[in-house]
Design a protein around this ligand. Sequence first.
Ligand code: MN
Length: 212
Amino acid sequence: MLKNELYLLDILSIIIITKTILGGLIMKFNRPCSFDFDLTTGLSSSAVSKKRYLSDLKNMYQDEEARLKIESRLTYEYYDLGLPEEAGELSFGTSILYPGKVGNEYHMTKGHFHQRIDTPEVYYGLSGEGYMLMENMEGDVCWEKITPGNAVYVAKGYAHRMINTGTDPLVVFYTYEANAGHDYQTILDKGFRKICLDNNGPVFVDNPKWKE
Ligand code: MN
């Protein structure tokens, strides 16, 4: 190998090592950093999304038979940037819920309570349209419209689920205290008290599958 080529290899090694060290530091979030999120698609070129398919939402829709037939359908994706789940940290990212229905029920996310029940969350609508369905342990149920430019405050104590009632992806930016934790099981066991059906447009009705 020529001396010049060896020199080039050294430079390349230094660049790769520096990038790895800097990358490691950034992933630890102990220095300021930034991520890109497309306003329309919600996708980021600097992070990898987590994907949820209809196969991940067993028994969550009314029409389980209809869901089974289209299990492989990508329903939503979101970014977990890996922020330390510690007090004082803020988790953030986008969530993208694709349009579609299972039977006459609009696409939705699993929904969850925060494990630390007194932890709120903010969702800001970037594109598409739909609802944030919320309910607390005492049985207070409400839903707020998600549209571009509208911020929804999920007050502490409220389970929350996104529903896409439009024809485009519903894209939101969210942030919450990183040590909130997620309780998906309560919703898996009980469901939400209301569901959102397409009856010439979205209507919220009592969930016949809801368990006390
Ligand atoms: Mn949450």
